[in-house]
Design a binder for this molecule. Structure first.
Ligand code: ASP
Ligand code: MG
Length: 472
């Protein structure tokens, strides 16, 4: 019997109507004879509210976190009342929600007393969002005669203890999914599993980073040997660009893992960037679909990069980034400066989005997010203190009002002239390119532009992508 893993995002479980849609989607798939693993996000906005509750508790604002708790209670109870009828199922889930919310208040009160929140306790608090939504979705399914049961992912998904951004322990997770989750499916139960959260081997709650429930979905799909992973969201699929920048944006019928990976990395919010990692080698296809428009086929994401006429498939952008330039005549032919710079940047907790060096070797530059750039600069200056004192390195310069724009399309590999078209277009539109990088995968070209030119850049490059998409 085939297994499907379906992940439902925050808006897909964010209202009683949305949850009814989820119940129908899962019910129809079961009727077709599949096993279904359901992975859910917290109801939309709840993770943010929980983060606020931690902050308020640490700041000593008891009223604020209790009021947050009350809001969560009202919202979740309302959904329960709308989606179930009086009886044991309803009473049980109301009790479960009440128990979780009382634990939430207790943990907040511990933070309040201590006056600070450790990463560990923050994760335990933030985890309540998915723990609440999973209980409710399972209850709504049971009301529709689906044999569903809620699970905290930590029973299966074991991670290290980097709270807030934990990494899965692959072997242990695989073992637990095979030994403990697959038998649940065999019993005809639909597991409704919390996305976004895992647990350390000794059972402390961890989280996988914001937006991490896509990643959870991929992990469960991988180790359950699912036929497909379906990411149910609130748009019809992966788009050629951000529709808020260009209303002509269209849904791509298909895209490859590598291409979508570039898109997600460079700011398209469709998928958590790590999502493809667990399923890539297993060749499990993934589909992005719309819970609110389930008849739309969505975007198929697989190993195959369909060639298109215009080569460029999509354009994406990242705002709020800075360009760091390390320059100096003394760097020519001296190995190790770049390596040490990147290591120092990593120590500052800054992720590098793109790197570029010209062959003169007199400078290289790279892009990091604005909120970590000052710390990164400080770490780099400490690391290169000797070289700076000797004037081998002249300076470490920051440009903060810049954006990265990326054009994506696997067909760029071995197709001459694509970069030429891209830069001609930019030239014709009077966009000054500050730095350029092409990944060795040759499936994207990224460049840094002044943040004031961002929209113009995206609009003009999107013209190049649009022709590639067949008109629906
Ligand atoms: N609820 C979490 C968040 O808002 C995880 C997710 O939705 O993917 O970040
Ligand atoms: Mg999400």
């Amino acid at each position: 019997m085939k297994t499907l893993t379906m992940k439902f995002g925050g808006t897909s479980v964010g209202s009683p109507e949305a949850i009814s849609g989820v119940v129908n989607i899962v019910g129809e798939e079961l009727a077709r004879g599949s096993h279904v693993i359901v992975v859910v996000s917290a109801m939309s906005g709840v993770t943010d509210q929980l983060i606020t509750s931690v902050r308020e508790a640490a700041a000593g604002n008891r009223w604020a976190y209790l009021s947050c708790s009350q809001k969560l209670r009202d919202r979740h109870n309302e959904v329960i009342h709308l989606l179930t009828v009086p009886g044991k199922n309803r009473t049980d889930v109301l009790n479960e929600v009440e128990l979780l919310l009382s634990q939430h208040a207790e943990l907040c009160s511990a933070v309040n007393i201590l006056g600070e929140a450790t990463a560990r306790i923050s994760d335990a608090i933030v985890a309540f969002g998915e723990r609440l939504s999973s209980r409710i979705v399972a209850a709504a399914m049971r009301h529709a005669r689906i044999n569903a049961r809620a699970f905290d992912a930590g029973q299966f998904l074991v991670t290290d203890d980097r709270f807030g951004n934990a990494t899965p322990n692959w072997e242990e997770t695989e073992r637990r999914i095979r030994e403990n989750l697959l038998p649940v499916l065999e019993q005809g139960i639909v597991p409704v599993i919390t996305g976004f959260i895992g647990a350390t081997p000794d059972g402390q709650f961890t989280t996988l980073g914001r937006g991490g429930s896509d990643y959870s979905g991929a992990i469960f799909a991988a180790y359950s040997d699912s036929e497909e992973l379906i990411i149910w969201t609130d748009v019809d699929g992966v788009m050629t660009t951000d529709p808020r920048i260009d209303r002509r944006a269209r849904v791509l019928p298909s895209i490859s893992y590598t291409e979508v990976g570039e898109l997600a990395f460079y700011g398209a919010k469709v998928l958590h960037p790590k999502t493809v990692q667990p399923i890539l080698n297993r060749g499990i296809p993934m589909r992005v679909r719309n819970t609110f428009n389930p008849s739309h086929p969505g975007t198929l994401i697989s190993q195959v990069a369909e060639p298109t006429d215009t080569v460029i498939k999509a354009v994406t952008s990242v705002r709020n980034v800075s360009l760091v330039t390390v320059s100096g005549k003394g760097m020519i032919g001296v190995p190790g400066i770049a390596g040490r710079t990147f290591l120092a940047t990593a120590k500052a907790g800054a992720n590098i989005l793109m790197i570029s060096q010209a062959s003169s070797e007199q400078s290289f530059c790279f892009v990091v997010l604005n909120d970590v750039v000052n710390e990164a600069k400080q770490y780099i200056e400490e690391e290169l203190a000797k070289e700076i004192a000797r004037r081998d390195v002249d300076s470490i310069d920051l440009m903060t009002k810049v954006s990265v724009v990326t054009v994506v399309g696997a067909g760029m590999r071995g197709t001459p002239g694509v970069a030429g078209r891209v830069f001609t277009t930019l030239g014709n539109n009077n966009v000054n390119v500050i730095a350029i990088a092409q990944g060795a995968s040759e499936c994207s070209i990224s460049f840094v532009v002044d943040e004031l030119h961002l929209e113009r850049t995206v609009l003009s490059l999107h013209d190049l992508a649009l022709e590639a998409v067949p008109v629906a």
